[in-house]
Design a protein around this ligand. Structure first.
Ligand code: ADP
Ligand code: MG
Length: 729
């Protein structure tokens, strides 16, 4: 039984780092070579077509048939010149890990010449065979079929796989009546709205600003585990995390992994990952070890949100492929190992104007600081007003194990801004009605003439906050490592767009009443500060104190996905999405249902795998070990050493006790599942899975199994242990 574990251990011992040769010593020689980006477009398209396409990309103008045909023709020629034989519309359906999406979508047609007939219409629109993608009843309600539509704002790219090269065209996935069936369509709408609202606020200050782009730099955390060891654990294989396993005596306490020297097999993996990412135009920049052993991070240079998110989805797929070439498995699960840090996807986000100014960058110029403080306070107000929706946007079965655990952002949404900015808010709050006389320095009077341009040094950073201001951007850290950023980014940008729009209306009203512009702005901002301060927390977000304090402030602390998602049923939610033209009621409902179903499925699988491991792997091992001990006792008695059997007898009893509990809990949990599976209402069922399966059984069952792990002969234990998974590579 333990054979697989020991075979795997032997394999790991023999592994050699894979040699990597970069295509060139200069990254610029091959950066983006597999994408149909602006420079290659400019080269291949006539200038008229190129300009019209750019207008479509940057101004949202319609793409007519001629442009589509011309782009399709040159896209095809470019792709064929690179050895591509097939094309596919690439999209991000509503559920599932990116791997499911990838497998389902990257189907190759049997006709190797398919690409030869590539027309504008095929570029713009396709009907994928997508009946198996979840739609939360949307397609049944409206129209049986869905189609994918080209997103010209994200460059097409070439994926190489064993079977050849495929041209992938980023698309949205919608039903025939226009309901979005994916993550990208609502995101694009939210980005359009935030552009509109932010531009209109900018124009109060500077009429020349015509566009504001939201930017995203996503730090991706992950674990890298030897493939043979990971594959010897059915729980990692089927659920992405370890359901059992004792924390090793040497864990992350020593903090020696953080920024430690990266082991060579890992270095080679990261090297190849970088090369492959660069070819696809993904600007990976940093890499270092994370806090837990075998945990790592890659972060790209920030880009426009939609492109950055496509790149993150693509990067995750790439990581899985490259890892397997280096005999690793990448774990994107938010909490693969109990007692170790979990993994997140830190969403660094800001707003940048078409003049290149980051609206979240404080400045030495007083006038610019008014713009900064305007956006800063409005964003915090949006976070306060939409905290529950932001919480829901990051909720998933797997992130539940990370959020609120002692080494991860809490499930309470709060923001960290640092003492200097906090003081500025307080000053603003208290300096009352300002009377500005001719010749006054208004900024001085407002107390915003002197915001230091570099606000936070590294010591002032608070890493425990789910939403932190980090000098010139906000960092939404509570996003799960395995999730699609689009959901969090849709909610954040929608909430901010809505807030900026409301703010602009209030300011306009005061200006109409002959209030001075700057005073009007400050008056409105000042009125927001009491609510904004409620969401600000500067202390340790991992501590219990904060939970109590948040309760006093009336902030939500939604600890599990089914309850966090209930905000999707609230009228305020559909009002917001409707007002900002992001999603209809039906689209919100569909998402609610799909995510609950997904939660149920995930918990069901975990519970099944747990029971299977307990009853078919752990229990038989415990029995075999027990029998060995019994024979030992019998033998000792036979040779007259009766008085030497006491300790072993105690162990036999202990093993028996835990063994019985393991069997009982696994069987009871299975019975409970059967009851819950009959519940019709999806939300009730999800809550029952959370409370009556996960909460009631998982920890307890695990405790007994982990106890057995400490008692049973190491040679017999069937599952690779934590120290092997985490320290061998
Ligand atoms: P940290 O100290 O949080 O680890 P890093 O420098 O490693 O910071 O990562 C920061 C991430 O934030 C990078 O992906 C970077 O490109 C991104 N970033 C920097 N400035 C901005 C910005 N204005 N908007 C969005 N993302 C940004
Ligand atoms: Mg960070």
């Amino acid at each position: 039984m333990a054979r697989q574990r020991f075979d795997a251990l032997r394999l790991v011992e023999e592994r050699k780092p894979v040699n990597i040769t970069p295509p060139s010593s200069k990254v610029s020689d091959y950066f983006g070579e597999n994408t149909f980006g602006p420079s290659i477009m400019k080269e291949q398209l006539s200038s008229d077509i190129f300009n019209r396409l750019q207008n479509a990309i940057h101004r949202g103008e319609r793409i007519d048939e001629n442009v589509a045909d011309a782009v399709a023709t040159s896209l095809k020629a470019w792709a064929i010149s690179k050895g591509v034989t097939h094309y596919t519309h690439w999209f991000q359906p509503l559920t599932g890990s990116t791997a499911e999406k990838h497998d389902a979508f990257f189907e190759l047609s049997s006709d190797g010449l398919a690409i030869e007939r590539f027309k504008g219409s095929a570029l713009v629109r396709q009907e994928p065979d997508a009946s198996s993608f979840p739609s939360g009843g949307l397609r049944q309600t409206f129209e049986a079929r869905g189609y994918t539509a080209w997103d010209p704002t994200s460059p097409a790219f070439i994926i190489e796989s064993g079977s050849g090269k495929t041209l992938c065209i980023p698309t949205i996935f919608v039903s025939y009546t226009g309901e979005s069936l994916d993550n990208k369509a609502p995101l694009l709408k939210a980005l359009e709205q935030v552009d509109k609202a932010a531009t209109s606020v900018c124009q109060i200050f500077d009429r020349s600003i015509e566009k504001v782009q939201a930017s995203l730099g996503c730090e991706q955390e992950f674990f890298l585990i030897d493939r043979a060891l990971a594959d010897a654990r059915p729980d990692i294989l089927l659920t992405g995390r370890t359901l059992f396993g004792r924390t090793p005596p040497k864990g992350q306490q020593l903090d020696d992994h953080y920024f430690g020297s990266i082991p060579s097999r890992v270095t080679r993996f990261l090297q190849e990952l970088e090369i492959e990412s660069y070819k696809l135009g993904i600007p990976i920049k940093t890499r270092h070890n994370e806090v837990a052993p075998s945990q790592f991070e890659v972060a790209p240079i920030f880009e426009e949100v939609n492109v950055a998110n496509d790149h993150n989805v693509l990067l995750m797929d790439l990581m899985k492929k490259v890892a397997s070439r280096h005999n690793f498995r990448v774990l994107f699960h938010e909490k693969p190992f109990q007692g170790m840090n979990g993994s997140g996807k830190h969403n660094n986000w800001s707003l940048i104007t078409d003049k290149g100014r980051n609206l979240l960058q404080p400045s030495t110029k007083a006038k610019e600081n008014l713009i900064f403080i305007t956006f800063f306070i409005n964003i915090l107000k949006a976070v306060y007003d939409n905290a529950d929706l932001l919480r829901a946007s990051i909720a998933s079965a797997s992130n539940d194990f990370r959020l609120g655990a002692n080494e991860a952002p809490p499930a309470i949404i709060s923001a960290f801004i640092g003492t200097q900015l906090y003081d500025i808010l307080t000053e603003l709050e208290h300096n009352g009605d300002i009377k500005v006389k001719k010749g006054d320095n208004i900024y001085m009077k407002l107390g915003i003439s002197k915001i230091p341009p570099i606000l936070l040094d590294n010591t002032d950073r608070n890493r425990t906050s789910p939403f932190a201001f980090t000098g010139n951007k906000f960092e939404f850290r509570a996003v799960g490592s395995n999730s699609n950023n689009a959901r969090a980014m849709t909610v954040l940008n929608t909430a901010v767009a809505n807030q900026l729009d409301l703010f602009k209306k209030e300011v306009d009203k005061l200006i109409e009443q002959d209030e001075k512009k700057e005073v009007a702005i400050i008056d409105i901002l000042r009125s927001y500060i009491p609510s904004v301060k409620k969401i600000i927390f500067e202390g340790n977000g991992y501590g219990d104190e904060w939970v109590k304090e948040a309760k006093r402030r009336g902030l939500s602390n939604l600890m599990d996905t089914p309850r966090a998602l209930s905000v999707l049923k609230k009228p305020a939610t559909s009002r917001l999405f409707k007002r900002m033209k992001i999603m209809t009621q039906a689209e919100v409902d569909a998402r609610h249902e799909i995510r609950l179903q997904n939660y149920i499925m995930k918990m069901q699988i975990e519970s099944r795998v747990m029971a299977d491991l307990a009853l078919n792997h752990i229990a038989p091992t415990a029995i075999r070990y027990q029998t060995m001990l019994i024979e030992n006792v019998r033998g000792l008695k036979d040779i007259g050493l009766e008085d030497q059997t006491e300790e072993t007898m105690i162990t036999i009893q202990k093993v028996a006790k835990h063994l019985n509990q393991v069997k009982k809990l696994a069987n009871d949990m299975t019975q409970e599942r059967k009851r819950i599976n009959n519940i019709e209402n999806v939300e009730e069922k999800a809550i029952a899975y959370c409370d009556d399966v996960k909460e009631k059984y998982f920890e307890e069952l695990r405790w007994h199994v982990d106890k057995l792990e400490t008692m049973i002969d190491d040679e017999m234990w069937p599952l690779p242990k934590y120290r092997e998974l985490l320290f061998l590579r």
